[in-house]
Ligand binder design. Structure first.
Ligand SMILES: [Zn+2]
Length: 829
């Protein structure tokens, strides 16, 4: 770190929403701890005109040189300076269309195309808007001032301090000074915003396009609740006077935690009773809770380096569920957590191409398709494990201590351990370092030898590898006795093996009780798996454990340890399954098998799926009902589509009738809207294409547009699928192109054309936002590459010799392709 630290920035901006340019002046106040002759700042895609330094009360011009490669400008001071240094830089920039830096977002108002200009700076795009020391540890205070059209609304992190009419249809807006904060959390935006607000000690507002602000009501009310929960739990008041939530149409990620001015994709903030499903509603709450948790974990206490980014994202992920669960316990969101977070993490973490949660320094330390499942999903899952280990009260006390100690400053993993150890008197650091500091996770293998259970651990990877890794595993085993009773054994597996005595009369044992631990289990004895299977079919095992057994077994199929026929046989224990968690995962696994296996095997899988899901739909009912459990509403949408896909005539008849209602302008319940549209495309072909694309252009709801984009990936006809490919590139906004591409990669009819499509449009795909380009590669390679493994591998071998673009995504996708190819060979052998 340099000896020159920023203290304060004064930013003046004049955006031009017609030419998409802005003029800026930034005054930067720094402190040099030793004499220095130059100051280096980050800058990207800005044209700097002038730089002056304040020297003995006078402004003196400075020479400067920009290095576009390093994204820096070096400013040469007229003489060596120490202590306070103040200088000003004037510059111009572009309001770009890259969804990064200071960028434009398109919308239509009164039939006219318009644009707003907003910022998205994480991790390192503040430098696209003003020259700065663009690193999270370089905290400073900010004064932001904007000159905008008189009819426009401007928003920043802080409330407006002063507004002045400049005449000529322009006004100057000055915002209050921010607290000390990192550059990546700064926000400013200008557009046609309309607000609804909830005054209170902290003013909460939701900003939308004119005419739809009432769709922000649901979020506004939830935010008030979540804020009071957070202040109470964290023991630190929200430090800013206001909190805005802004809906931004063009948005690369899902949402962003700018301090006091959180930004969201429209469908993650706006709630429209006609088109928002229960799943969508839950997602809105989770995302708001996630961004809200960041106001403390990230904004108030910031990682001292990006390698500690998990301190932001793991906590935000964890509290995204914790807070929602507090207000909506009937939603069973921790079940969703296991399926959406923990299972996703385990799947990513089973690759050889991998990182620990605390990612070693270097170019990997960015949020991308490769790191995100580790930092967010695995990190959140590990925090759940820590909470279990220290107890929920101590966990909360430790977090309070951590936040209080480091507020307005920065922290590392070590600071967190210290806080948790102080309050819990448990060796948290020892327990955690091997979960945070090493890649992967353990496979626990278990077998019975007379009256003992023998456990062993090794790293789980899908493809073979040699690892010398060990974990401190909090191990739980539920023992079932012949008389129907059960008992829990809790121990720690820290060596390679562990032997535990088994009581008399033990009939079966289930490892990882309630799936609290982050590891997979393999039962080396068939008899025990059979005995557990019987407990699945009679449902004496709870849904979470029923889920865990099936989920681990499928991972072992992917790993090549368990035969597909054995897995299929195990699924017969689930014939009467009616719980969300096991069903939703089985649906996902069967679909994965269906796509990967191909040929006659796929038909076999389809017939298993059709039977299972028809039964489940029958018992829950095809039509959504008010009294449905929340998870049932979500499950129905998934199972309905899959049952249609697998050839269920009953499901097809229901979905076809619903789709024709939709086409005739009738209403379909939002909780089955997606599956009805998918089924419409699948069953009706051409007719559905016309309706879906027309509706896509006309729809005012991003929730509905998202459903249409998924449905567009579900056609069977080659000619229609070619039209969809064109439609994606030409008609779908950049922010959402990846949605349909993802759906195409899940469609066995569309998969063969994916690779040729990629090859002939590669340059075009490369212009996508980096996160979206990675998403595209991460589905096109593992699925589109099937049956073309050699060609795809060779192509990227040459590619990676020349490019570093999307390197991590390519490597992990090639590994997934290898796993898929091996599965396909094994199934069809
Ligand atoms: Zn986050």
């Amino acid at each position: 770190m340099s000896s020159v630290k920023p203290n304060h920035y004064k930013i003046h901006l004049e955006p031009d929403l017609e030419r998409f340019t802005f003029e800026g002046t930034v005054e930067i106040y720094l402190d040099a701890s030793e004499p220095t002759g130059e100051v280096s700042l980050n800058v990207l895609d800005l044209a700097l005109w002038n730089c002056q330094v304040l020297l003995q009360g006078e402004l003196k011009p400075c020479r400067f040189s920009v290095d576009p490669q390093k994204e820096t400008v070096t400013i040469l001071l007229p003489e060596k300076m120490q202590g306070d240094i103040a200088f000003a830089v004037t510059y111009t920039g572009k309001i770009n269309n890259k969804m990064a830096g200071f960028y434009r977002s398109r919308y239509v108002l009164d039939g006219k195309e318009r644009f707003m200009a907003v910022t998205q700076f994480e991790e390192s795009d503040a430098r696209r808007a003003f020259p700065c020391k663009d690193h999270p540890a370089e905290k400073a205070t900010f004064d932001v001032e904007m000159v905008v059209g008189a009819a426009k609304v401007a928003v920043s992190n802080m409330p407006i301090e002063d507004e002045k009419d400049l005449g000529g249809g322009r006004k100057r807006i000055k915002f209050q000074r921010t607290p000390r904060m990192s550059t990546y959390l700064l926000f400013f935006g200008v557009g046609d915003f309309e607000f609804i607000e909830d005054p209170g000690e902290v003013l909460i507002r939701v900003a939308t396009l004119p005419g739809v602000s009432e769709q922000g009501r649901f979020s506004l009310e939830f935010t008030r609740k979540a804020l009071s929960f957070a202040e109470d739990y964290y023991g630190v008041r929200f430090p800013l006077p206001k909190l805005d939530l802004l809906a931004i149409a063009d948005f690369a990620a899902g949402a962003m935690e700018n301090w006091g001015a959180m930004t969201f994709r429209e469908n993650l903030l706006l709630h429209d009773p006609e088109t928002t499903s229960k799943a969508g509603e839950e997602r809105i709450c989770e995302v708001i809770a996630h961004e809200l948790a960041h106001q403390w974990f990230g904004d108030l206490v910031t990682p001292e380096d990006w390698k500690y980014l998990w301190l932001n994202e793991s906590f935000a992920t964890f509290f995204g569920f914790h807070i929602v669960n507090h207000y909506y316990p009937e939603w069973d969101v921790w079940e969703h957590f296991l399926h959406g977070q923990t299972a996703t993490a385990l799947d990513r973490d089973g690759l050889r191409e991998n990182f620990p949660i605390e990612i070693p320094g270097g170019d990997h330390v960015v949020i991308n398709i490769s790191t995100a499942p580790i930092i967010y999903n695995k990190g959140g899952s590990i925090l759940r494990q820590v909470e279990g280990y220290v107890g929920s009260d101590r966990f909360r006390d430790g977090l309070r201590r951590y936040l209080k100690t480091h507020e307005y400053g920065c922290a590392s993993s070590h600071d967190l351990w210290e806080a948790l150890e102080t309050v819990s008197a448990k060796p948290v650091a020892k327990m955690m370092e091997n979960w945070i500091g090493q890649a992967g996770f353990p496979l626990v293998e278990v077998k019975r030898e007379q009256d003992r259970l023998i456990f062993s651990q090794s790293r789980f990877t899908y493809l073979p590898g040699r690892w010398e890794q060990k974990w401190v595993i909090p191990l739980t085993v539920r023992i079932f006795f012949e008389d129907g009773k059960s008992e829990l054994i809790e121990t720690v597996l820290e060596d390679e093996t562990l032997s535990v005595e088994l009581q008399k009369g033990a009939a079966a044992y289930k490892v990882n009780d309630h799936q609290r631990g982050y590891y997979r289990v393999r039962y080396l004895e068939k008899e025990n798996l059979g005995a557990l299977g019987r407990r699945i079919s009679e449902k004496s095992l709870g849904p979470v454990d029923r889920w865990g057994l099936q989920s681990d077994l499928y991972a072992l199929v992917k790993r090549g340890d368990v035969r597909l026929s054995d897995y299929a046989a195990f699924l017969t224990y689930y014939v009467h399954e009616d719980a969300f968690l096991p069903l939703t995962t089985m649906a996902a696994n069967l679909h994965h098998l269906y796509v990967v296996a191909g040929g006659a095997k796929a038909d076999k899988i389809a017939s298993i799926g059709a039977k299972l899901f028809e039964g489940a739909l029958e018992s829950m009912g095809y039509e959504p009902r008010d009294e449905d459990r929340h998870t049932t509403s979500i499950l129905r949408d998934q199972l309905l589509w899959q049952a249609v896909l697998y050839g269920s005539e009953q499901a097809a008849a229901f979905a076809r009738a619903k789709f024709s209602d939709l086409v005739r302008g009738g209403k379909v319940h939002p909780d089955i809207m997606r599956s009805v549209m998918q089924a419409g495309a699948f069953l009706e072909g051409e007719k559905a294409y016309g309706w879906l694309t027309a509706r896509f252009q006309a729809s005012p709801s991003e929730h509905e547009r998202m459903n249409i984009l998924v449905a567009l990936g579900c056609f069977r006809q080659k000619e229609l699928l070619e039209r969809v490919q064109e439609y994606v590139l030409d008609q779908v906004p950049d922010r959402n192109k990846f949605v349909t591409i993802g759906a195409l990669a899940e469609n066995a009819h569309a998969i063969p054309a994916l690779w040729p499509w990629y090859l002939s449009n590669q340059a075009r795909f490369e212009t996508f936002h980096p996160i979206h380009y990675e998403r595209v590669l991460s589905v096109i390679i593992p699925y589109g590459g099937l049956v073309k493994e050699r060609e795809v591998k060779d192509f990227f071998k040459t590619y990676l010799e020349k490019h570093t673009k999307a390197k991590d995504a390519i490597k992990l996708s090639l590994e997934r392709l290898e796993i898929h190819a091996r599965m396909r060979r094994a199934f069809n052998a």
